[in-house]
Design a protein around this ligand. Structure first.
Ligand code: ADP
Ligand code: MG
Length: 568
C-alpha cells in the first residue's frame, strides 16, 4: 500500500484556518456542531447510496454518531458509521474547499479582523473549525464498500500541510480525533459536551450517543459506564408538531441543512394533506450565498420520504428563481426508491413543488405586507440580497406572475435614490389624475437612468417614473406588460402620448412648433440620412436640445446595448 505522504493545503484553506482560529475563538464550541453535522451528512449519503446497493450496510445497519473523550490523552472523538472517505476523497475534501466562489470570497477579505470574522461565518467553516480548539486533528476513515485495510489516516496540525497514510480500520465510517490545544480542557467533560450537543445538534435525526455516567461512591465522582445513551432527541424536527418546536431549534436546524452560520431570515413549517401528503420546512437565508449566480450551484432542498433521507439538492422541488430557499420536504407518498430520473417525470413532484412555491411566496408576502417595522425591514433585506433572483420568476413562473409582480421593488424618481423600495402598488397609488400607464426608463446604470433626458417632461409634470438599471430588468419588463390593469410604458419609446396628462394648450404648442421648424427638421433628416427612421419635434424635453427615441415596436436602446455586449 501507499506510504505516508505529506501534502500541502490549497492556499485558501491556509488562509481560512488562520482567520478562523482567531476570529471565531469566542464561539469555539461550534466545532462540535460542524463535526456532528458532517457525521450526519455522511450517514445520509450512505443511506442514499445503499438504496441501490444494500450490501454497503454490511452487518452494521444502525446508523449513529458517537461522541467520546479521553481525559488522559486530552482528545475528543466524533465517530460515525456513515459513508466514510477513501484516500483520494480525504485528500480532496479535507485539503481543499470545494465551494464555488471561494476565490472571490477570499479576495473580498479586508484584513480587518472584526469585519472578516463576520464574512467567515457567512462563508461557513465546516470541518476546519476543529482547529479552533485542536492543535492536531486525526481523521481515520473507511469508505463504505472498501476493505478494512483500505482505510485512510489523515492528520494535520492545521498549519501548511497534512499527511495521509493507509491504515486498518475495523468498521465503516469516520473517526475525527481532536487533540486539544493547551487550555481547552473544559471540553473534556461529559457535561460540557452534552450541553453543547443539546444546544446545537438536538435536531439531528440520528442518535448522537455518549457513554452513560454514574456516581462512584468510592471515587466520589461521576464515572463512565459501558452503557450508551442518546443525548439528542433524534427525531426528525419537521415531523414534530409546530407547537413543540422552539424558535432556537428551528434556527439550529437551519444552520445544519443550509450549511450556514447565521440565523435564517424567515421560515415556514407546514403539513400538507390532500392528494399528496407531505411536510415542508422551508427557510430563507439572510444573505445570498457566494454561488447565487452560478446556475449549476446546488439548490437547497433535501428530499425525505417518510423520514428517510433520499437526496440533497432536489432541484425539481424548487424553481430556479427560488434557488436560494433551503430546507426539507418529506413526502408520505413517494416510493423510497425514487431517483432523480423519476423525479423529472413525476406529477406528484410537480404538485409538491407547486405547494412549496406557494408557501415561499406567502412567506415573502407576509413580510412585505406586514405592519411591523422589523418584518418590513426583513423584506427590504431580502430584496437587497435576493431581489434580482426573484425577478427571474416573472418570466419563469407564469402561474404566479401576478404574485411575484407584487413583490417586486424598484428605484423611482419619487426618491431619486438607487434604493429599490417602490412596489408597483405604491406606484399605482401615487398615479396622477388621468394617468393611465406605469412609466419606466431603463439604462445601464442608475445614474444614467436618473439623468435620462426622457425624464424631463415627467419631472416637470411631477409624474413618477421607475428607474430600472439592472441587467435583468429589460428581460423582466418584457414579460411584465401590465400590472393592476395598467400597462407598463417605456418613456424612451414611441411618440410620447401622455393622454389626459397633456392639456390642450400643450398639444397646440407642439403642433405649432412642428410647423415652425419644418425646414430645420428636413435639414437634420438629410444630414442623418439612414441613421434614423424619423426626426420629430417633441415636447418631452425641457432642458436638453434633443434625444434618441426607439420606435414603439423596436428594441429599446438599453436592450440593444445589452445584446450587443453579449455578442448578439
Ligand atoms: P460541508 O459539510 O459544507 O461540505 P465541511 O468542511 O464541513 O463542508 O466538510 C468538507 C467535506 O469533507 C464534506 O463535504 C465531506 O465530503 C467530507 N467530510 C467531512 N466530514 C466527513 C465525515 N464524517 N464522513 C465523510 N465525509 C466527511
Ligand atoms: Mg459540514
Amino acid at each position: 500500500s501507499a506510504p505516508k505522504e505529506t501534502l500541502g493545503f490549497q492556499a485558501e484553506v491556509k488562509q481560512l484556518l488562520n482567520l478562523m482560529i482567531h476570529s471565531l475563538y469566542s464561539n469555539k464550541e461550534i466545532f462540535l456542531r460542524e463535526l456532528i453535522s458532517n457525521a450526519s451528512d455522511a450517514c445520509d449519503k450512505l443511506r442514499f447510496e445503499a438504496l441501490n446497493n444494500s450490501a454497503l450496510y454490511g452487518d452494521d445497519a444502525e446508523l449513529k454518531i458517537r461522541v467520546s473523550f479521553d481525559k488522559d490523552a486530552r482528545t475528543i472523538t466524533i465517530s460515525d458509521n456513515g459513508i466514510g472517505l477513501s484516500r483520494e476523497e480525504a485528500i480532496e475534501h479535507l485539503g481543499t474547499i470545494a465551494k464555488s466562489g471561494t476565490r472571490e470570497f477570499f479576495s473580498a477579505l479586508t484584513g480587518d479582523q472584526a469585519k472578516d470574522a463576520h464574512l467567515i461565518g457567512q462563508f461557513g467553516v465546516g470541518f476546519y473549525s476543529s482547529f479552533i480548539i485542536a492543535d492536531k486533528v486525526t481523521v481515520v476513515s473507511r469508505r463504505a464498500g472498501l476493505e478494512a485495510n483500505q482505510a485512510v489516516c489523515w492528520e494535520s496540525a492545521g498549519e501548511g500541510d497534512f499527511s495521509v497514510e493507509m491504515v486498518d480500520k475495523a468498521g465503516r465510517g469516520t473517526d475525527v480525533i481532536l487533540h486539544l490545544r493547551d487550555g481547552e480542557d473544559e471540553f473534556l467533560s461529559s457535561w460540557k459536551l452534552r450541553q453543547t450537543i443539546r444546544k446545537y445538534s438536538d435536531h439531528i435525526t440520528l442518535p448522537i450517543v455518549m457513554k452513560k455516567e454514574s456516581w462512584d461512591e468510592e471515587k466520589k465522582a461521576q464515572v463512565e459506564t459501558d452503557e450508551d445513551e442518546s443525548v439528542n432527541k433524534a427525531s426528525a424536527l419537521w415531523a414534530r408538531p409546530k407547537s413543540e418546536i422552539g424558535d432556537e431549534e428551528y434556527k439550529e436546524f437551519y444552520k445544519h441543512v443550509a450549511h450556514d452560520f447565521e440565523d435564517p431570515l424567515a421560515y415556514v413549517h407546514a403539513k400538507v394533506e390532500g392528494k399528496q401528503e407531505y411536510t415542508q420546512l422551508l427557510y430563507i437565508p439572510q444573505r445570498a450565498p457566494f454561488d447565487l449566480w452560478d446556475r449549476n450551484a446546488r439548490h437547497g432542498i433535501k428530499l425525505y420520504v417518510r423520514r428517510v433521507f433520499i437526496m440533497d439538492d432536489a432541484e425539481k422541488l424548487m424553481p430556479v428563481y427560488l434557488r436560494f430557499v433551503r430546507g426539507v420536504v418529506d413526502s408520505n407518498d413517494l416510493p423510497l426508491n425514487v431517483s432523480r430520473e423519476i423525479l423529472q417525470e413525476s406529477k406528484d413532484i410537480e404538485t409538491i413543488r407547486g405547494g412549496c412555491v406557494k408557501k415561499v411566496l406567502s412567506m415573502l408576502e407576509s413580510l412585505a405586507d406586514s405592519e411591523d417595522a422589523a418584518e418590513k425591514e426583513k423584506y427590504a433585506n431580502f430584496w437587497k440580497e435576493f431581489g434580482r433572483v426573484l425577478k427571474e420568476g416573472v418570466g419563469e413562473d407564469f402561474a404566479n406572475k401576478d404574485r411575484i409582480a407584487k413583490l417586486l421593488r424598484f428605484a423611482s424618481t419619487q426618491s431619486d435614490t438607487p434604493d429599490e423600495t417602490v412596489s408597483l402598488a405604491d406606484y399605482v397609488s401615487r398615479m396622477k389624475e388621468g394617468q393611465e400607464k406605469i412609466y419606466y426608463v431603463t439604462a445601464e446604470t442608475f445614474t444614467a437612468a436618473k439623468n435620462s433626458p426622457h425624464l424631463e417632461i415627467f419631472r416637470k409634470k411631477g409624474i413618477e417614473v421607475l428607474l430600472l438599471s439592472d441587467r435583468v430588468d429589460e428581460w423582466v419588463i418584457g414579460y411584465l406588460t401590465e400590472f393592476d390593469g395598467k400597462s407598463l410604458q417605456s418613456v424612451a419609446k414611441g411618440g410620447l402620448d401622455l393622454g389626459k396628462l397633456e392639456d390642450e394648450a400643450e398639444k397646440k404648442e407642439a403642433e405649432q412648433a412642428a410647423d415652425e421648424y419644418k425646414e430645420l427638421i428636413e435639414k437634420i433628416k438629410t444630414a442623418l440620412g439612414e441613421k434614423v427612421k424619423d426626426v420629430r419635434v417633441t415636447h418631452r424635453l425641457t432642458d436638453s436640445p434633443s434625444c434618441v427615441v426607439a420606435d414603439e415596436n423596436d428594441m429599446g436602446g438599453n436592450l440593444a446595448r445589452i445584446l450587443k455586449a453579449a455578442g448578439q
